[in-house]
Design a binder for this molecule. Structure first.
Ligand SMILES: Nc1ncnc2c1ncn2[C@@H]1O[C@H](COP(=O)(O)OP(=O)(O)OP(=O)(O)O)[C@@H](O)[C@H]1O
Ligand SMILES: [Mg+2]
Length: 453
């Protein structure tokens, strides 16, 4: 919930602001002095502060400077007495974003100013977040993995970051790293200086979807008490991430399609076309093509989104990534939890390599974190692994001969099994040896032998 702090010694001003803004679903706090105000700022961290420049204990400008020094992202609206424009202008130079004149005759002005300040704060926070250490977290080289698929993914991100491509669709099972890739695409591109806005299409109702995305004009519907910018507008020159796009309802699909085609939209209840320069990255863990075939997703929208497709394969199809990822997450968890676990044992690695990872990279990350938190030994040992890794009887991957079929020699079975494993790891011999629990030399020797039949 957005929150506002009013610092004003006049009680009726505080009451009035509180009454008006509470109707807008904004949490309002009040303070009568500068000192009390600054204390409350620390306590409730408001998004926007309404500040009277004439306070009983301190100069309002002083409070403003202190506030801005400590919380540069907080929005400040100055309250001045009628006819004190000069002071207001001076305050704007010290970082206030707007001013209001007392008495508040037009309450709409108050609502509007606060709404605008809240929009600004949101955008500014997103900006400072990406300028800060957060941005570094989303560089393409933070996408770990040695498999061909992952190497290609990193190259593709670098290429797309330099391109003008406006629409990108990322498909992949849950936990494969779609969001990581979307953020990587944004923070590697020149768009990084502008906001990355995201919306989870599954978590939002039909009516909300439209106003969240495109904004609304005041009075567009019962709750629309003030004009509000949508994410599309706030993401101008940046990126809009549409997560779980398969969940958009048919009605909203049509509206989304129109907006993508024309790169223009109207706010709900608005008449003016708003033009923006936004890169739209959509993601889905349900196969859109199938949904299109079943008539659950608009075909034209699918083609509009799928201009540049990125498909992230499940982890079980890129096993070369498992060990590098596990080592990466181990190092990360060591740092986070102040541990010094040296690594994984070969046996642990073997178990990780043999597992199917239905939850993909997220499951691997959670597992390693848990092991690090609980771990007391120098290395992550296989016996620390949960049940599904060890107690499970390995399924026999070799089909037993039917009674009627002519049995083959053990050597042949071994040979066929080795070949099947090799195929699974795309011919990578060290990987295959690891999975088989033998050394590379033994594997080479076995491959050199000719089976009897
Ligand atoms: N290649 C990778 N390198 C490093 N970390 C990764 C990689 N892939 C995924 N992760 C991490 O795994 C976790 C899950 O990734 P992410 O949230 O991007 O998945 P997702 O595909 O969006 O999943 P969902 O469909 O469930 O939303 C995150 O913590 C992410 O940082
Ligand atoms: Mg996700």
């Amino acid at each position: 919930m957005d929150s506002v702090l009013v610092i004003d010694d006049e009680r009726n001003i505080r009451t009035l602001v509180s009454r008006v803004l509470t109707q807008e679903q904004i949490e309002v706090h009040g303070a009568g002095t500068g000192k009390e105000g600054l204390e409350l700022v620390d306590e409730v961290s408001p998004d926007v502060v309404l500040l009277d420049l004439r306070l009983p204990d301190t100069d309002g400008i002083q409070v403003l400077r202190e506030l801005k020094a400590r919380y540069p992202d907080t929005g400040v609206i100055i309250i001045t007495a009628f006819g004190q424009i000069e002071t207001a202008v001076a305050a704007m130079k010290s970082g206030a974003s707007d001013y209001l004149e007392k008495p508040f005759e037009h309450l709409d002005k108050l609502r509007l100013a606060v709404g605008r300040a809240l929009d600004e704060v949101r955008a500014r926070r997103e900006l400072s977040r990406l300028h800060g250490q957060e941005a570094g977290k989303y560089r393409a080289d933070q996408i770990i993995g040695e498999s061909r698929a992952t190497r290609q993914l990193r190259e593709m991100i670098a290429q797309l970051a330099r391109s003008e491509a406006h629409t990108i669709l990322i498909q992949g099972e849950s936990g494969t790293g779609k969001e990581l890739v979307a953020r990587g695409l944004h923070y590697e591109s020149a768009r990084r200086a502008f906001p990355f806005m995201e919306v989870n299409c599954a978590a939002i109702t039909d009516t909300l979807f439209e106003s969240e995305l495109f904004g609304h004009e005041k009075g567009a519907f019962t709750d629309a008490k003030a004009t509000k910018k949508g994410l599309m507008e706030l993401a101008d020159r940046g990126t809009l991430f549409l997560d779980e796009v398969s969940e958009v309802s048919p009605g909203c699909q049509a509206k989304l399609l129109r907006c993508l085609q024309e790169r223009m939209f109207k706010r709900v209840g608005g008449v003016r076309d708003i033009k923006v320069d936004v890169r739209v990255i959509a993601a889905t863990n349900r196969p859109l093509e199938t949904l299109v075939r079943d008539g659950k997703f608009r075909e034209d929208l699918y083609y509009r989104l799928n201009v540049i497709p990125i498909v992230i394969p499940p982890l079980r199809e890129r096993r070369e990534d498992i060990v590098p990822l596990a080592r990466h997450f181990l190092a990360e968890a060591n740092r986070t939890f102040h541990k010094a676990i040296k690594g994984l044992t070969a046996e642990t690695e073997r178990h990780l390599l043999g597992y199917a990872w239905p939850g993909n990279v997220r499951e691997l990350r959670n597992l390693i974190e848990r092991l690090v938190i609980l771990g007391t030994a120098e290395y992550l040992e296989a016996d620390q692994l949960p049940g599904q890794f060890v107690s499970r009887v390995e399924p026999t991957p070799v089909v037993l001969p039917e009674r009627s079929a002519k049995p083959v020699s053990l050597a042949t079975v071994e040979r066929r099994y080795i070949e099947a494993v090799l195929e699974q790891v795309h011919g990578n011999k060290s990987e295959a040896a690891k999975l088989l629990g033998i050394t590379r030399q033994t594997l080479r020797k076995k491959l050199a032998e000719q089976p009897a039949d």
